[in-house]
Design a protein around this ligand. Structure first.
Ligand SMILES: [Zn+2]
Length: 293
């Protein structure tokens, strides 16, 4: 028989398993302890979070939002009504990733956060409302089951979007210089998931300093810049990756340096011309004067 962790729902093996009685309030109001099995680390995390008042409060607040949104925006029940026990249990089922959980659904890491469920409801609202308004259901429970099945199907998609948004946030936080440089010069923000993925991989492979150098050289090279402007998103990053893989940076650097040298040469020439004309003028002026003399 496979045993799963109460907190993370991961598989447990006996060497890394602790059993802890968790108090739960029963239907009759009495408190009973249930023996739950945890990973060692998961028990610590669970105990820490369940004794943290802020964690508990924020989860309760999120649950209230889920409850309200479902009631008023999805099912559009009268304001004074309460959700049935069936609905509450099904909504909590989404939280812990089971059909109709009996006991606690808070604090645990498994399943989906109430925030994710709320976003999923907002995302699915239009489609759900349209369907339930135009279809006849056998009874109320069938209607609820339909809503839950749509939400259940969309949860992963939204959870993935949230995970990505967080990751992009963290990534641009820790590589702010690079993200800013990219945004300013290539005129594109890392909002697309594939661009973010490519970006992340590049940072992992080459580090921020090397990438900043590569971006800088591309910006200084007219032809490379024209090319990069003509392509989009991941292609831009792939181009940078190719430059790095083919070790093209020294070449770009030489080009940039020789361009600088040429500029300097032109500058020098211009200087010389001005110097010599002033010389000539001075000389000629003198000669002219001499000639007059
Ligand atoms: Zn665990």
């Amino acid at each position: 028989m496979t045993i799963r962790c109460y907190h993370c729902n991961g598989l447990l093996d006996e060497n890394d398993m602790v059993i802890k009685p968790i108090p739960l309030i029963c239907k009759n109001g009495k408190v009973r302890n249930y023996k739950r099995k945890f990973h060692m680390k998961c028990l610590q995390e669970y105990m820490k979070n369940s004794s943290n008042r802020e964690v508990r409060k924020s989860e309760n607040d999120d649950w209230s939002k889920v409850y309200e949104y479902y009631k008023s925006e999805i099912m559009r029940y009268p304001e004074t009504s309460n959700l049935s026990t069936y609905e509450v249990r099904r909504l909590n089922g989404l939280r812990v990733g089971s059909y109709m959980p009996n006991g606690n659904t808070r604090i645990v890491k498994k399943g989906y956060s109430y925030k994710t469920i709320l976003l999923t409801m907002q995302f699915s609202k239009a489609a759900i409302v349209k369907y339930i308004d135009t279809h006849k259901f056998h009874d109320g429970e069938h209607k609820i089951n339909y809503v839950m099945s749509v939400l259940g199907k969309n949860l992963d998609f939204i959870a993935e979007k949230m995970r990505l948004a967080q990751e992009i946030g963290e990534m641009t936080q820790s590589n702010r210089k690079l993200a800013e440089y990219y945004k300013n010069n290539f005129d594109e923000y890392i909002k697309d998931s594939s661009v973010a993925g490519a970006f992340r991989m590049l940072i992992k492979e080459h580090g921020e300093d090397k990438l900043l150098e590569a971006f800088g050289l591309v910006v200084r090279d007219g032809r490379a810049m024209d090319y990069i402007k003509s392509i989009e998103g991941t292609h831009r990053l792939n181009y940078i990756r190719k430059l790095l893989a083919e070790d093209k940076l020294p070449e770009l650097k030489r080009k940039a340096d020789s361009h600088k040298k040429q500029l300097r040469a032109v500058n020098d020439m211009e200087n010389e011309i001005t110097v010599s004309t002033t010389k000539y003028k001075r000389k000629g002026g003198k000669r002219h004067l001499n000639w007059l003399d």
